[in-house]
Design a protein around this ligand. Structure first.
Ligand SMILES: Cc1cc2nc3c(=O)[nH]c(=O)nc-3n(C[C@H](O)[C@H](O)[C@H](O)COP(=O)(O)O)c2cc1C
Ligand SMILES: [Mn+2]
Length: 472
């Protein structure tokens, strides 16, 4: 088994250095455009992670694109290939593991407070050319507590700088963090919040994961690592945070306060408009000695945020759908609003039940659900497109479901209708009733093993020439 647990971000960075998959940019860079440009080139070429050692105007180095490729995401979890991913996720998270609470923690080695708090000196990066300003909060995890149950939540929501100690908080109503805030706001109380960045990569993955409500992402991380996360009490808010993270921002989100923040280059690949968001007031910062910040561009595909949210949420969706419907074999969701499900079709209407289950089990996520048979390889888009083009009859196999909870940023939705999406379910399984003539399993033109056996017997090694030709 490959390494699946990391002490902190530093250990993962050392691992990437050994793999020759991380570069240090030692020249001083301009936060207005050079980090944007270099991070973009790296993401689009599926290239290495980057550490910017010196940034004009900022006091700390910054890591970017940490999990921005399939290989680094899988390395972080110690998994070999996507085909193993869903089942491995389910196996590890079957038993969530509660954190271990430490007395002392590296993330509290240094304290910055009062007038010394100046977000611009910590992270001043403009990630996309037309952003409204610096966005320190890209891979920053908001930790909050449900005031009714005491349950913790960790979610990544974007945050733009509004002042020396003020950040806009981009958590929409369908997120768990915002739902905690809505409870505090109804009581006219300020919500205590801790925002962390620069953590072991499992924390990044769980904080990007769409889970069922009430799930503690830190316990999920414990399950994924096979060992509890070490955590520590914050100094000024009643919350715990991972002990080895690089930075902790402690503060409050006050009720009934909104400020305009943005626009921002979003995961859809388009800019989101400036929005009226709640405001996070930072009261104290704690950090490690010689800390390193963590961030990412969102951008068009391929992007780190689409990858991390996409794959982890896919695994949780698969877990839930598999518990509701029989015969669900695998699931793939890596282009943001699309979910492809592979089933062993057992009864008429099976694919339709899967479509309903995906919509019911997830929120504001999968506009398009495509269901395919077990002979289709969902990890090969050619195979999926083959099924879409040969097995779908538009008037029979496509279900349209308007007015579902949707992503605010969906560029297909006009401004007035933001928050709604139209669901499209496509049953791309073979309509077996129509093929009964051939028996239960209509034969495919490559389903004749005898021909292959005879061919290999007679032509043997000469077949290599054909195989090689095919690869050219
Ligand atoms: C870099 C990055 C930025 C993100 N920004 C936002 C955001 O601004 N708003 C949002 O709703 N989700 C954002 N997400 C996705 C959420 O983190 C994800 O939906 C997660 O499940 C939210 O946590 P929750 O389910 O506990 O609310 C972002 C993810 C990443 C990786
Ligand atoms: Mn959550």
């Amino acid at each position: 088994m490959r390494q699946a647990k990391w002490h902190d971000m530093r250990e993962f960075i050392e691992f990437l250095e050994k793999k020759n998959d991380l570069v240090h940019i030692t020249d001083e860079v301009d936060p207005q455009w050079e980090i944007n440009g270099l991070a973009r080139v790296a993401l689009q070429n599926h290239a290495s992670a980057i550490v910017f050692d010196r940034i004009k105007g900022a006091d700390y180095p910054l890591a970017a694109n940490l999990l921005g490729t399939d290989r680094r995401f899988l390395w972080a979890l110690g998994i070999d290939k996507w085909g193993d991913f869903n089942n491995e996720w389910i196996r590890r998270t079957e038993r969530p593991i509660a954190p271990r609470i430490m007395k002392d923690a590296p993330c509290q080695e240094i304290v910055i407070e009062g007038k010394d708090v100046d977000l611009n000196r910590i992270c001043n990066v403009v990630w996309h050319q037309f952003d409204g300003g610096p966005f320190p909060g890209t891979l920053s995890v908001s930790v909050t507590k449900d005031p009714d149950t005491g349950g913790l939540n960790a979610g990544i929501y974007r945050m733009g700088t509004l002042g020396r100690n003020l950040l806009g908080w981009g958590a929409p109503e369908y997120t768990h963090g915002r739902q905690h805030y809505m409870k505090y706001e109804r009581r006219h109380e300020a919500m205590p919040m801790a925002v962390i960045t620069g953590y072991d990569p499992t924390v990044l993955i769980v904080a990007s994961t769409r889970t069922a409500p009430g799930v503690d992402e830190f316990q999920l991380a414990g399950g994924l690592r096979g060992e509890p996360l070490d955590m520590v009490q914050c100094q000024t808010v009643p919350l715990i945070v991972p002990a080895t993270c690089e930075f902790v921002f402690e503060g409050v989100v006050r009720p009934h306060d909104r400020k305009i923040e943005g626009g921002f280059g979003e995961y859809t690949g388009h800019y989101g408009e400036a929005r009226s968001n709640p405001v996070f007031e930072v009261q104290r910062i704690t950090c490690r000695r010689k800390p390193m910040y963590l961030g990412t561009r969102e951008q068009w595909y391929p992007s780190e945020s689409a990858l991390t949210v996409g794959k982890s949420s896919q695994a949780e969706a698969f877990k839930t759908v598999r518990s509701l419907v029989p015969g669900v074999l695998d699931m793939r969701c890596d282009v943001t609003y699309e979910c492809i499900v592979q089933i062993d079709k057992l009864f008429p209407g099976h694919a339709q039940q899967v479509i309903d289950a995906v919509w019911g089990a997830t929120y504001a996520r999968y506009k398009h659900v495509i269901v395919v048979d077990k002979d289709i390889d969902i990890w090969d888009y050619d195979s999926v497109h083959w099924a879409l083009s040969t097995r779908v009859r538009g008037d029979r196999d496509i279900t349209i479901s308007p007015r579902r909870a949707g992503q605010w940023l969906d560029p297909a939705v006009p401004l007035r209708e933001k928050g709604w999406q139209t669901g499209v379910g496509i049953d791309a399984t073979l309509c077996t009733e129509e093929y009964r003539f051939w028996g239960e399993e209509p034969a495919k033109t490559v389903d004749d093993p005898e021909t292959v056996v005879r061919l290999v017997k007679k032509w043997g090694g000469k077949l290599d020439i054909l195989a090689k030709k095919k690869m050219i």
